[in-house]
Design a protein around this ligand. Structure first.
Ligand code: ASP
Length: 344
């Protein structure tokens, strides 16, 4: 039987960081050292090739240009590999995974992001298990030889999560990610158990991979909070630089019902901007029909973001706005489940 082939892509992040001898801060080091720390990888029945981005970054420096470069790399190498593992910092891993899920259409191979909370060179590192299992998942096939997980996913601390449903929930636990509105795609114990009924299959069987690298990033995020001033709301919602705003609202999609706030929301919607409602809660969905305050936003023209994460909604907007200048079309697509990012 042919060995599975995996491309291991290194972008930076704690997994490959070392303490700077001068100030003790963590900085990325080279890929060769990561591989030396995990000799177990050579025991796998997989052919592992590597690709390193230059410069390696702390993922808090991530920009959409990195997503475009990763998508291009996958396009170039797609036919040569059975799966892709991307080593990435945890801070923005959910943003990158969300963006890639939209940018890679008709994906039939796994794209698994992973990283760690402790550098791979440290004794208690979580990086080894994360990396080894991510490679195993990227190489896993069913009886027909199709990839078991043809999705962009995050593997972390024994759980495989849909990338555009995941969010970083802990700055210091090994269990750093959760996807509260979507069950794990797989869980690793003695065996890796795949939740096959939750794993998406490519829609058009045999349809070729399509890469969408045009992204329109003119999106702002307004987290609704007590004490928010009209000046702040107006600056964010009505700025000429902004084409869309994600409103992070309370509970099931509520925001102040005060006249000044609704006037600003109405003004932004009338100017043609796309306003999307997602909840600040980790779990659950927006339902603007439940309370008068939510209904008022819906009547003003705010679009429902359902149970999408902020990261997933931001990436969806970048992608949809990159595809069309027509804001009405973008709004209509926000209500559709494109890559498993909302429950509909
Ligand atoms: N600051 C690091 C990064 O996101 C944190 C990590 O990787 O865990 O690159």
């Amino acid at each position: 039987m042919n060995k599975a082939s995996i491309l291991l892509v290194y972008t930076g992040g704690t997994i490959g960081m070392k303490a700077d001898p001068v100030d003790g801060t963590l900085r990325p080091f080279d890929f060769g050292e990561i591989l030396r720390e995990v000799p177990e990888l050579s025991k796998f029945a997989v052919r592992l090739d590597t690709y390193t981005f230059d410069p390696l970054i702390d993922s808090s420096d991530v920009e959409p240009s990195l997503w475009q470069a990763i998508a291009e790399l996958i396009r170039e190498r797609y036919d040569h590999y059975d799966g892709f593992v991307i080593l990435h910092g945890t801070d923005t891993m959910a943003y990158t995974a969300s963006a890639l899920s939209f940018m890679l259409e008709n994906l039939s191979k796994p794209v698994i992001l992973t990283g760690s909370q402790l550098p791979i060179g440290t004794l208690r590192t979580d990086g080894k298990e994360n990396l080894i299992s991510a490679v195993e998942i990227a190489a896993a096939k069913d009886g027909e030889g199709d990839a078991l997980v043809p999705e962009v996913a995050i593997y972390f601390n024994a759980k495989l999560l849909r990338g555009n449903r995941a969010t970083k929930v802990s700055a210091d636990n090994f269990s750093a990610f959760r996807s509260p509105n979507c069950p794990p795609l797989a869980e690793a114990g003695i065996h890796i158990r795949y939740n096959r009924e939750h794993i998406l299959r490519p829609s058009g069987r045999g349809a070729a991979l399509a890469i969408h690298t045009a992204l329109d990033t003119r999106v702002s995020i307004l987290k609704i909070h007590p004490g928010m001033t009209p000046q702040l709301a107006r600056t964010v919602l009505c700025s000429p630089e902004t084409r869309a705003v994600i409103l992070e609202t309370y509970g099931s999609g509520n925001a102040p019902g005060k006249a000044w706030f609704l006037d600003i929301v109405r003004e932004a919607c009338t100017a043609g901007k796309i306003l999307v409602n997602v909840t600040q809660c980790l779990e659950g969905t927006v339902n603007m029909d439940l309370y008068a305050n939510g209904k008022a936003m819906e009547c003003a023209g705010v679009v429902n973001g359902f149970d999408g994460t902020t990261e997933g909604t931001l990436a969806k907007l970048f992608y949809l706005m990159g595809r069309s200048r027509d804001n009405e079309w973008v709004k209509s697509m926000l209500g559709k489940d494109l890559r498993g990012e909302i429950s509909k």
